[in-house]
Design a protein around this ligand. Structure first.
Ligand code: BMA
Length: 914
């Protein structure tokens, strides 16, 4: 240990100790020793971290994501592991009356030892554990050991001990390749495997760990809830609660609170007397007259204020805590519609209706320590770039780290936050309920300062699972229903409401909202489109047919699978794996029947190319699954957005949210994600950027009738705007017909602007048949034009006149700092143009688009340093109709080589099929 450096009130002992007058914090993050139970492995480990990443960094195991390593490394999870290190209590601080070990996250089942003595245990990954270790520490050197038990064995033991009745599902389907009974352990449920994710069930210290020493009192948490009054304009006050811990002194503690919002010049001071050895709170409500309102992205600024709370005790000991606050008001509107025809279900922020558009969020990595700020920022930016305003943190993962919510606050992304229960029944013994109760109290306190968190959900799909008998619970419905109510209503929901009720809490997703409540918390039909939110998955019917979709009040989950890019899969596999149905591909496909569902959806509209060689086929399948997924979700999302303002004759409609499943990937595998592990955009994400545009013209055909809606999220009406309808034939760059329709549209609404007989309008355009043509729709506004949105009215295998080789060329690539400008040429209309740069990090300005003119310019925004040469080498281009993947060819010989290879393949094929 180095000698202390004095700077005002702060002493710094090397990097280890931060010493404010009176209050001392010893940071225990950093180097620890990790050992297995037999003492055969002993390595250093970095905390926060897990066993897997420690073993990987020492070369004891390879990349857990590589090929079959998830199975190969199963031994890790059946082993008990110990993390240990030493720490020093300096002479001066040892006399302080309170010494606390603060563990922000232990994953999961552990016993904690200080100098060989057990100071406490943990069994909930989502809880902050604080152990009073005063009597166990000595001045000078001390040791801390945290012994972890196998979470998988623990869960099995818990299940076996619960002899009263089964709490299903015991195990997930075999395709998940996972561990059983995740519902018996308060740990990231998907870490035991999911239909898109691996089973590693990691063990470790996953959040910060430190020791705090103080004499009188320390502020543990501060929660500041904005309160609004609204006549005539919103004015704000702040309801601030400081949660304290007092030391073991026997006297009452006198002290002063100072609350400060420096940016607004607000300072509040009050004197208090706190009881010793207790958890007092200090509450104060005060006006913040000049506060600027926080808005979600697209509706205003994301103004955030730093609020600092300082407690000075009679000993002169100071404890401070800073929190960031955004002033906003949330309402979930569930008004009864006339004549018992359902309720509305939509959000108002600061009184303003918001159509929620976005996606569902799952954990970013199986190993949380690998989730860097950079990766989080990148995903948030991708959500923003795709015109999203909402993410739902799904209940089978984790309550995310603080940085996640800070980013959401800064970017203006609204968060629908599930509590961590998903797709299962759960036990309801006293111990289980008690730990859940503490978990909810802690997490709600931790996340309530964030203006981005606008809704809580008590679980994912468990109401539906119970009502629809997913796990055979009908055999004793009343028993499981009683458990359901006990856990989510009288524990989770009640604990939330007893603390705060400034944002709504939903009992489940999907649920019928207030109707679910009226029906005793397990609605007769939790998927009722007339109430609350719905999840909708349909892998058998044609996703291009809009009649298969409901018009719910809110679509909080829907999705289709695709494969990630070849470069993503190549990183974790070998060439022998590169087939759609190879052992490896099937191993990575955790969704039962996933591959055949993708295949059958593709076959509805596309031709699967004849096998050339396995790698080309694999690449073709990747490309086609991405097209199919992007098309399905585009069609479904536009359907939901179109029906935000109208009710049909069955009272369906007023759909005011579209959150597709799922934004991100936990590893490289076939999944529903729109961005891959590592952040690369799949075709769906490029489509999302378009289908979530602020103003969108969107068309569909039902029974031969063409309907075109214009959808606007703008808060001002569109006046004298123009819808431009174009009819194209597949064989020509010039539209056959252009029709302009002038219209007005109310702010934040959707309306039918054109309804015509499809056959008639096609005939007007001189189209020989439905198969010969397609439409595009644009909106021209005062200052801008919303981009052309295509509507394909025939399957691609039926498209007449679609030129089979558009002779694609990359004409030019230039670079300006991190942006690359690419010019591409096509000799004919080319659908699903796809540019790819392998492992180079970044995204294109557009991709997966239909080329409607000979030359198109595309930009690439690099997220890393890339040279022009590397970029040129990596860039490939293809379309649905191009026979080969195109590169920018630098020499004549390169071109000759490509054509010779192409001709050879053609010859071999012809020969093979004759
Ligand atoms: C929904 C989700 C997830 C699942 C997804 C895809 O039901 O809540 O549990 O991963 O569907 O199957």
């Amino acid at each position: 240990m180095t000698s202390p450096v004095y700077c005002c009130h702060v002493l710094v002992y090397s990097t280890l100790i931060m010493y404010t007058v009176g209050e001392v914090k010893i940071d225990l993050n950093g180097k620890w020793i990790l050992e297995d139970e037999n003492g055969t492995i002993s390595v250093t480990a970095v905390i926060p971290g897990s066993v897997h990443t420690a073993l990987m960094s020492k070369g004891i195991i390879g990349d857990p994501y590589f090929r079959f390593n998830d199975l190969e490394y199963r031994w890790i999870v059946y082993t008990n592991w110990t993390f240990s290190r030493t720490f020093e209590i300096s002479g001066g601080t040892g006399s302080l009356s309170t010494v606390l070990l603060v563990c922000d996250g232990l994953d999961t089942v552990s016993s904690v030892y200080i100098n060989g003595q057990c100071v406490g245990k943990s069994d909930n990954m989502f809880l902050r554990y604080i152990y009073n270790i005063k009597k166990y520490v000595n001045p000078g050197n001390n040791t801390i050991k945290i012994k972890f038990e196998s979470p998988v064995s623990y869960a099995s033991k818990q299940a076996a001990a619960h002899q009263k009745y089964d709490v299903p599902p015991d195990c997930n389907p075999p395709e998940y390749q996972g561990f059983c009974h995740p519902n018996y352990i308060r740990k990231e449920q998907c870490s035991f495997s999911w239909d898109w994710g691996p089973a590693f069930a990691p063990v470790g210290i996953w959040r910060n760990i430190s020791i705090e020493l103080f004499q009188a009192a320390a502020i543990r948490d501060v929660v500041a809830i904005p309160i609004s009054s609204s006549s005539p304009n919103i004015t704000w006050s702040l309801n601030l609660t400081a949660y304290l811990e007092t030391g073991s002194t026997s006297k009452s503690i006198k002290g002063t609170f100072v609350i400060n919002i420096p940016e607004l010049g607000i300072m509040k001071e009050s004197s208090v007397v706190l009881k010793p050895e207790s958890y007092p709170t200090h509450n104060i409500l005060f006006d913040v007259p000049k506060a600027e309102t926080w808005w979600p992205i697209g509706y205003g600024n994301q103004h955030l204020y730093m609020v600092s709370v300082k407690f000075t005790s009679m000993f002169g000991e100071v404890s401070t805590k800073n929190v960031t606050v955004g002033f906003r008001k949330v309402q979930l509107v569930q008004d009864a519609l006339p004549g018992d025809t359902g309720n509305t279900f939509y959000f108002r922020i600061n009184g303003q209706y918001i159509f929620m558009k976005g996606a569902n969020w799952i954990p970013v990595d199986a190993f949380q320590e690998r989730v860097t700020m950079e990766r989080l920022e990148n995903l948030f930016q991708s959500a923003v770039d795709a015109n999203m305003n909402t993410l739902r943190v799904w209940g089978g993962g984790i309550y995310e780290k603080d940085e996640f919510y800070q980013l959401a606050d800064e970017k203006g992304i609204l968060i629908w936050q599930d509590m961590m229960f998903a797709c299962a029944m759960y036990p309801t013994g006293d111990e289980f309920l008690s730990t859940v109760d503490k978990e909810v109290e802690y997490q709600v306190r931790r996340l309530s300062n964030h203006p981005s968190v606008v809704a809580w959900g008590a679980n994912n799909e468990n109401e539906g699972a119970l009502r629809q008998n997913w796990y055979g619970t009908d055999s004793n419905f009343s028993l499981y229903k009683a458990d359901y109510v006990k856990l989510y209503i009288t524990t989770v929901r009640l604990r939330y409401l007893q603390q705060y009720n400034h944002v709504p809490i939903l009992s489940s997703s999907p649920s019928n909202g207030v109707k679910t409540e009226q029906e005793g918390w397990v609605a007769k039909n939790p998927a009722d489109p007339l109430y609350g939110d719905v999840h909708y998955y349909n892998y058998s019917e044609d996703c291009w047919n809009v009649s298969i979709y409901e018009k719910p009040r809110f679509a909080s989950e829907y999705g289709y699978q695709s494969l990630p890019s070849f470069s993503a899969m190549a990183n974790i596999s070998e060439s022998s794996d590169w087939e759609f149905n190879s052992n490896f591909s099937l191993h990575r496909q955790h969704h039962p029947k996933g591959n055949s569902q993708m295949l059958s959806m593709i076959k509805k509209h596309f031709t699967i190319p004849q096998p050339i060689d396995s790698v080309t086929d694999y690449k073709n399948m990747i490309y086609l699954t991405q097209i199919s997924q992007a098309m399905c979700i585009k069609i479904e999302t536009e359907h939901y957005r179109r029906h935000q303002s109208d009710l049909d004759k069955n009272n369906k409609g007023l759909t005011r949210g579209a959150l597709y499943w799922q934004l991100n990937d936990i590893w490289q595998a076939p999944t529903w994600a729109s961005t891959e592990y590592g952040g690369k955009w799949k075709m769906l994400h490029y489509f999302a950027k378009d289908f979530f545009e602020q103003v969108l013209a969107s068309g569909f055909v039902v029974d031969g009738q063409l309907s075109v809606y214009v959808i606007s999220d703008l808060v001002t009406p569109l006046v004298n705007a123009m819808l431009i309808v174009k009819i194209w034939s597949w064989d020509n760059f010039t539209p056959r017909l252009t029709q302009n329709i002038t219209f007005d549209l109310e702010a934040q609404s959707s309306a039918l602007v054109l309804s015509v007989d499809g056959g008639n309008i096609l005939a007007k355009g001189g189209c020989k048949s439905w198969n010969a043509c397609f439409f595009t729709f644009e909106v021209m506004m005062e200052n801008s034009t919303a981009s052309a949105n295509p509507l394909f009215i025939s399957s691609f295998f039926d498209a007449e006149g679609l030129v089979q080789d558009p002779h694609l060329q990359i004409k030019k690539i230039t670079q300006e700092a991190g942006t690359f400008m690419i010019e591409i040429e096509s000799s004919s209309i080319a659908p699903f143009m796809w540019l790819d740069v392998g492992n180079i990090q970044g995204r294109f300005s557009q991709n997966g688009f239909i080329q409607l003119q000979p030359i198109v310019a595309v930009e690439f925004y690099a997220w890393e340093d890339v040279s022009l040469h590397r970029f040129q080498q990596a860039l490939t281009l293809r379309s649905l109709t191009s026979k080969t993947t195109i590169r920018m060819l630098s020499t004549f010989y390169d071109q000759v080589y490509v054509y010779v290879v192409y001709l050879l393949k053609l010859l071999i094929n012809t020969f093979y099929f004759v």
